[in-house]
Design a protein around this ligand. Structure first.
Ligand code: AMP
Length: 291
């Protein structure tokens, strides 16, 4: 079956009505190999059974962008995305803003979304501090998409670790009958985490960008040498700053709470967010300590 492009909720509901399993991959499009890993994982789960269906959504969600962020300039490449998804996804759901925000008044720049999801406390740290409202916007649009697509499973990248944790809490706290599958971060050959925003980098910035991943690895090695976590965070942050980055955070946290780890913590995530020129990049790696 060729991949079907659907833009309305009504058509999507009709197309998925008889499906007994739906694996869902929400994206903002401008697809790269990291996104495709998620879609392949969804396809691997379901195979090609006629009653099963892999749905990929492509929607640049205005509710999760701050006023000075890149909503307007975010790359929109639907044609190329469809080529990549051909034969891999059964349905590509690419609604416009009014389809998902029926009360929107675009002329006034208002979305009319008066009810939103308040994300859990773990959204109030890290990116939640520098991007107020971001995770509420993410949780709200994912809740909408879950209601529309009614998936049995959904795939999210570990690249956006805090987002993944917010979605896991959403599913748990609202009893959503959806299995969430985290997928490993796909990297370029030099280690840079793939991201649609990498396309904003000029040649010099692109060469420097890999440093973010290198710093995370340095931090991991320092943790294994039992150095002080605060000192590691500070050194990594200073190092990036010296190299011209505007650092938002380098943070060593508990994987579960995203809070500073307790003394007997075994599962760490090391996260970083920093700007290179105008481009904000994020990355993270996890670390499990076995006694
Ligand atoms: P986005 O289009 O940026 O909203 O991302 C859609 C999904 O793809 C999210 O679950 C992301 O975490 C995931 N994703 C983005 N980049 C990567 C990557 N490099 N490796 C794996 N998953 C990714």
């Amino acid at each position: 079956m060729p991949t079907q492009l659907i833009t309305t909720i009504e058509d999507l509901r009709r197309a998925t009505q008889a499906k007994t399993k739906i694996a869902f991959v929400p994206t903002m499009g401008n697809l790269h190999a990291g996104h495709i890993d998620l879609v392949k994982a969804a396809r691997n789960e379901l195979g090609t059974h006629p009653e099963y269906c892999v749905v990929v959504s492509i929607f640049v969600n205005p509710l999760q962008f701050g006023p000075s962020e890149d909503f307007a300039s975010y790359p929109r490449t639907l044609e190329a995305d469809l080529v990549q998804l051909e034969g891999l996804a059964d349905i590509v759901f690419a609604p416009d803003v009014v389809e998902l925000y029926p009360e929107a008044n675009l002329a006034k720049g208002e979305l009319g979304q008066t009810m939103t999801i308040t994300p859990p406390p773990l959204a109030n740290t890290l990116c939640g501090l520098s991007r107020p409202g971001h995770f509420s916007g993410v949780a709200t649009v994912v809740m909408k998409l879950f209601q529309i697509v009614q998936p049995t499973s959904a795939y999210f990248g570990k690249k956006d670790f805090q987002q993944l944790r917010v979605i896991q809490e959403l599913v748990k706290q609202f009893h959503l009958p959806i299995e969430i599958y985290p997928v490993d971060t796909r990297r370029e050959a030099d280690g840079l985490a793939m991201s649609s925003r990498n396309g904003y980098l000029n040649k010099m910035e692109r060469a420097e960008a890999v440093r973010l991943h290198k710093v995370l690895i340095m931090a991991k090695e320092a943790i294994l040498r039992h150095e002080s976590l605060e000192a590691i965070e500070q050194q990594c942050s200073q190092y990036l700053t010296q190299l011209g980055w505007i650092v938002d955070y380098v943070a060593i946290r508990s994987t579960h709470t995203l809070l500073p780890p307790s003394n007997n913590e075994k599962e760490f995530v090391i996260l970083a967010a920093a700007k290179l020129g105008k481009t904000r990049l994020i990355d993270n790696i996890t670390l499990q300590i076995n006694d």
